[in-house]
Write a protein of this length. Sequence first.
Length: 159
Amino acid sequence: MVILCHSYCVSSFPAPYAVIPGPSVVRVVMGGTLTLECSVHHLHRRPPSALFWRHDGVVVTAKSGANSGRVNGGLSLESERNLGESHIRLVVVGLNADDAGHYECVTDVADPARVEVIVGEREGALIPADAYNWVHLHRGKLVVLCRAKAWLGSCSKTF
């Protein structure tokens, strides 16, 4: 494509932007695996020279996994920088409470894309609390369910 400009020229290309597909809040289970992918679109002039992840303001590196006491590091980073579109992928294995927080996909050509990660117990697991009640985690909240609902009416309580 050739663009000829005489006195002044306005680019008709859309501005580059970064995006993390999916919801802005991700809930994952303790001990599980987190996979975050980010794409930077509309890279018409050049691929980004910087493309990386930040977790709560700290740059994520391959050593981040090794220094956290993870077995075999437990962290993988892959990036692909191309003209047009670039990608970066972060995989964290064996999640713990320290992995919760705000993640940002950062590049030098667009505003960062952000996602919040919440690490919790297994969603929906029913745990007997006593002879009459069960407890489980639902949408990040502790819910008590009564086994004897028939005579108590609605017996669930959320904390």
